[in-house]
Design a protein around this ligand. Structure first.
Ligand code: 5CA
Ligand code: ZN
Length: 409
């Protein structure tokens, strides 16, 4: 499918440093060294409801990665999926009496608008699960031929025991894995499975559910983890630089994805780094479509909130922390944006090379956006106090804030 339009990224003088980022699999900070073309896969939405602040925060974190890589002189191959057929989408469509394809198309269209407004750089390949089915089926067939998958009443499951490195992404113990599997789309209670954790690769057609030709698998629809694996391998190949998403995807989604791919190819690792954003909450709970406690990007836009302020509100929190959205978070961002805009609107100001270096260094240090914002705050204060001492600062700052933080002043 098509993604959304890209905003222009100003090119800054010099080159930014390599990104050091927290890798879930290593459990510590790690400096990534991508080649001239860095490869990024970020898990996309399941389009059954509109983009909320949690989604927006997660995509902002990976937008920073993209921008840092550009600033370090690299090209970026960015792939994102859309889970446009899955249980929650079908359930929501049935509950609201809407055709599931219409629901998916409507919410994906709204997501594109939100991403454009927030100046997120678009993926080069934006791929729906449905359109990827011809790629997904052979992956499952190959896993089955390799003895890593088995049939159960017409469905097909991946055997986690076929991967000696299973567990290497999350490092979770069996009890936690089982609990999370039940919570996040797995079916550990289903009788007949070899291991309770084994995830579905292919779900045989059921009456009233959409289904597609699955070759030797029969008619049905793909499981969730194999969807992302087939899309990532198709466009990026093994050993790509970052697999990204929110921390709710560590297990089972990214664990299973890595396992599928490693068993399929015999290569390790699936990704050089597994990077996870914290969960944004609202009114005491994780913001989620299923709970319905949502603050929507589209609603704020409709209310006349400047998308740049929304972006600043998100950047004000470290991507790895769990945090709560409140009205005060937005009010502070609106005020900060006004201060920055006033400071750059002055004709003259102190030189800004040092500030550009500070923003670069903060972001390269595990995407420390709050520190980058604090550096711009300090500059803006000096600018208001001493503006006029030298020329060149404001333009340079606007370009740097635009290129590195995606905020247009
Ligand atoms: N389609 C799958 C990924 S393949 C999915 O998880 N879709 S989603 O719509 O539920 O979430 C989209 C992205 O937003 C995922 O990376 C998810 O981890 C992230 N996300 C969801 N809720 C939150 C939240 N409350 N805070 C931060 N990130 C969130
Ligand atoms: Zn995914």
């Amino acid at each position: 499918m098509y993604a959304w339009p890209a905003s222009k990224v100003p090119v800054l003088p010099g080159q930014g440093p390599d990104l050091t980022v927290h890798d879930t699999a290593r459990g510590r900070l790690h400096t990534l060294e991508p080649g001239p073309v860095a490869r990024l896969y970020v898990c996309g939405i399941t389009p059954y409801d509109a983009t909320h602040m949690g989604h927006a925060a997660t995509y902002t974190a990976f937008d920073l990665v993209y921008r840092l890589w550009l600033d370090s002189g690299r090209q970026v191959h960015y792939v994102q999926n859309v889970t446009d057929v899955d249980d929650p989408l079908l359930e929501r469509a049935a509950a609201t009496g809407v055709d599931w394809t219409e629901l998916a198309e409507r919410e994906t269209a709204l997501f594109r608008e939100d991403m454009t407004a927030l100046r997120m750089l678009p993926p080069e390949h934006y791929v729906g699960a449905v359109e990827a089915i011809p790629r997904i089926v052979p992956v499952i067939e190959r896993l089955r031929a390799a003895g890593a998958a088995y049939g159960l009443e017409g469905d097909c499951y991946f055997s986690v025991e076929s991967d000696p490195r299973f567990g290497s992404v999350s490092g979770f113990d069996a009890a936690l894995m089982r609990e999370l599997s039940a919570e996040r789309g797995g079916d550990p209670e289903r009788p007949g499975k070899k291991n309770a954790l084994d995830p579905l690769l292919w779900r045989a057609a059921r009456p009233g559910e959409p289904s597609w030709d699955g070759g030797t698998l029969g008619r049905g629809r793909p499981g969730w983890h194999v969807e992302c694996v087939a899309i990532a391998l198709d466009h990026l190949g093994m050993g790509f630089d970052i697999q990204g998403g929110g921390s709710d995807l560590v297990f089972p989604h990214h664990e299973m994805g890595a396992s599928h791919a490693q068993v399929l190819t015999g290569e390790f690792p699936y990704a050089q780094g597994y990077v996870h954003a914290g969960m944004v909450g609202y009114q005491g709970e994780k913001m989620s479509k299923s709970k319905g406690n949502l603050v929507l990007v589209s609603q704020l836009r409709k209310d006349g909130v400047d998308p740049a302020a929304i972006r600043l509100a998100l950047l004000g929190h470290h991507y790895r922390s769990d945090w709560e959205w409140t009205d005060a978070v937005l009010d502070e961002a609106v005020a900060r944006l006004a201060r920055w805009r006033h400071a750059v609107s002055r004709p003259e100001g102190p030189p800004a090379e040092a500030l550009v270096g500070e923003i670069r260094a903060a972001l390269a240090d595990d995407l420390n956006a709050p520190e980058a914002l604090a550096a711009v705050d300090r500059w803006a204060e000096t600018q208001e106090r001493e503006g006029g001492a030298e020329t060149g600062g404001p333009g340079q700052v606007s370009r740097a804030v635009d290129a590195l933080l995606g905020v247009a002043l």
